[in-house]
Design a protein around this ligand. Structure first.
Ligand code: F6R
Length: 255
């Protein structure tokens, strides 16, 4: 795991965009894994300004969402399919037909989850995966207690996650209680992963994920076992890391 600290969201977004772009250039017809939420917005802004994507035609790239709420109406603005369309697809110039999101309205959610997992496999897996991190260490919507080998499936959202996401709704009572998410094991199969985190409220999750025991208690901690993970943090999110000097020395070596 490589850890970089950047002092603005703009510079962390640009660094992430360059790392992701390099991963996308490694294969013809590459795939990008996209995350919703606040953390990756700087990455989409960087892509929209052309950072990191020399030689890449984003309209040709296939993109897979990490997750989707269950049972939000098709026209609900917070349905991730709509959020992604608004904040990612349109902004960075993906082709809507190349963007896949799990079907949170499916009559059979287990079938929808299995179909989604297979679509990722059929695309040859994900080349470059964008991640945020929940305050409780979730990646995607893999809440504490998730199997570290899990695949795409229906999950129950914790109260902590519903509370954190209530800012996007009119109140916590409107935040769905379930979601379909790529599994921890699904995420771990991505070739390159770039995780961004900002703010003091992420500092404990960042510490546990980077330096704690690998455990389903903090699902993101399994990223320690992945060969190509870059974490890009601001100073607040990095503030509880014991080994920060070491990461910074390595970051200087990598340039
Ligand atoms: C989003 C996702 C979540 C978020 C996480 C952090 O698709 O799967 O894991 O990345 O909840 O959210 P923000 O960035 O809003 O703090």
């Amino acid at each position: 795991m490589r850890i970089f600290v950047r002092d603005t969201h703009r510079s962390s977004g640009e660094l992430a965009a360059r790392k992701l772009g390099a991963a996308l250039r490694r294969r013809p017809n590459p795939t990008l894994g996209v995350a919703t939420g606040g953390s990756p917005l700087g990455i989409y802004g960087a892509f929209a300004s052309g950072v990191g994507i020399d030689g890449i035609d984003l309209s040709e790239i296939r993109a897979f969402a990490l997750d989707e709420y269950v049972d939000l109406a098709a026209d609900h603005p917070e349905r991730y399919a709509n959020v992604i369309d608004r904040e990612i697809t349109t902004r960075i110039g993906l082709s809507p037909m190349n963007v896949l999101v799990p079907d949170g309205m499916a009559a059979d959610l287990a079938v929808a989850a299995a179909t989604y997992e297979k679509a990722i496999e059929d695309a040859g897996g994900i080349d470059a995966q964008i991640l945020g991190i929940g305050r409780n260490g979730h990646i995607g919507f893999n809440e504490p207690g998730s199997s570290l080998g899990s695949r795409t499936r229906v999950v129950a959202l914790t109260d902590a996650t519903r509370t954190a996401n209530a800012r996007f709704f009119d109140g916590i009572q409107y935040v769905p209680t379930r979601a379909i998410t790529q599994g921890v094991g699904t995420i771990m199969r991505a070739q390159t992963i770039v995780l961004v985190a900002h703010g003091e409220e992420k500092a404990e999750a960042v510490r546990q994920v980077a330096e704690g025991a690998v455990s389903s208690r903090w699902p993101g901690s399994v990223l320690q076992m992945h060969p190509d993970v870059t974490m890009i943090l601001d100073e607040s999110a990095a503030s509880r890391l014991d080994l920060l000097d070491q990461y910074q020395a390595e970051a200087r070596l990598l340039g």
